[in-house]
Design a protein around this ligand. Structure first.
Ligand code: FDP
Length: 320
């Protein structure tokens, strides 16, 4: 019988945590994402599509699946003793637990269902997560607002034709595929590398007229070199393609969203860590994403991520 490696077993060997604490914590994430994936697979058969009827803290219409995904993650993680706080895109404030510094060591930040506008049309969506270690000084609130350089683990699950989990703990990027027959994420690729250069650029060009100087000519330059466009509108899916095929994804600032659209803590930071670990780069247009000191949990940032060649050209184009 062929030996398999599950994500919990793998991650335990990739983090400096002596006990099985981190594997147990990770099992909370994998259990929740398996519940989310099961719900998505049957979405057309049950009354799961459509708006929930409320707005989230960002002023966006919550979808029924957003609400389900958020609750699944909270339910599966709140019982893990090692969790000090949970921060979700869907909740205005962090959920904090009254646990000692020795027990409640981790803060988990997540976007339960990224790409909500694609849910009803059967296009790929995802869950993004980031884990920080609680600081031994300061308040728990301060621990929640750590820069991306201090992430101890970052990852995402892409609900696509197959369901894939990608994670890093700073020891390379590894990918797992959900084996439905045994209900486990099984190792499919270790030490993934983003190609140094790709053939695609990925951006919502509808706001080109209000991009800052340098962006439009950069994209025109890529087109001139023969690059092709790909834009799904689900960040996880657009990022996953960029990780595998190379190229560049951009969400620049524009007139309506002067500070960008994507969220620093649970979208840009985890994907930036994965990109860097795979040999790519991630920028806000004015500096490295991972070095931004967050001021609040739902902070937005412009987000550009991709292969080394395209990102170095981007930085030259915008003077970053
Ligand atoms: P959505 O609005 O569907 O939830 O962060 C949210 C996000 O999707 C990303 O997944 C996606 O990359 C981006 O917004 C799409 O925004 P635009 O529709 O403005 O292109």
């Amino acid at each position: 019988m062929a030996k398999i490696t599950t994500v919990q077993g793998h991650i335990q060997g990739n983090i400096s945590e002596a006990s099985g604490t981190f594997g147990w914590l990770m099992s909370g994430i994998t259990l929740a994402t398996k519940m989310i994936e099961a719900k998505i697979r049957h979405a057309g058969l049950s009354d799961t599509y459509g708006a929930y009827g409320a707005e989230n803290v960002q002023g966006e219409q919550q979808q029924k699946l957003d609400v389900f995904a958020n609750q699944a993650l909270i339910d599966c993680l709140e019982r893990r003793d090692s969790v000090a706080a949970l921060v979700s895109e869907e909740d205005e404030r962090p959920v904090m637990f009254d646990r000692s510094l020795d027990t409640g060591k981790y803060i988990i930040v997540f976007d339960p269902l990224d790409g909500s506008s694609n849910i009803d049309v059967n296009v790929n969506v995802g869950t993004i997560f980031s884990v920080h270690k609680r600081m031994t000084w300061g308040s728990l609130e301060e621990s929640v607002l750590q820069p991306g350089t201090r992430q101890v683990c970052a990852g995402y699950v892409l609900y696509g034709p197959s369901t894939v989990l990608v994670y890093t703990t700073g020891q390379g990027v590894h990918s797992f595929t959900l084996d439905q027959t045994i209900g486990a994420f099984v190792l499919s690729q270790e030490h993934m590398k983003m190609p140094e250069k790709g053939n695609y650029y990925s951006v919502n060009e509808s706001s080109v007229a209000s991009w800052p100087p340098g962006y439009e000519s950069y994209i025109a330059g890529l087109r001139h070199q023969g690059y092709s466009a790909r834009y799904i509108g689900s960040l996880v899916a657009d990022f996953h393609r960029t990780l595998l095929k190379g190229g560049v994804f951009l969400y620049p600032p524009n007139k309506q969203k002067a500070g960008g659209k994507l969220r620093l803590l649970y979208e840009a930071n985890p994907l930036a860590m994965i990109a860097e670990q795979a040999g790519g780069m991630a920028s806000s247009g004015t500096g490295r994403i991972l070095e931004i000191q967050p001021r609040e949990i739902h902070q937005r940032t412009p987000f550009m991520v991709g292969s080394k060649v395209e990102m170095e050209a981007f930085e030259r184009a915008v003077g970053a």
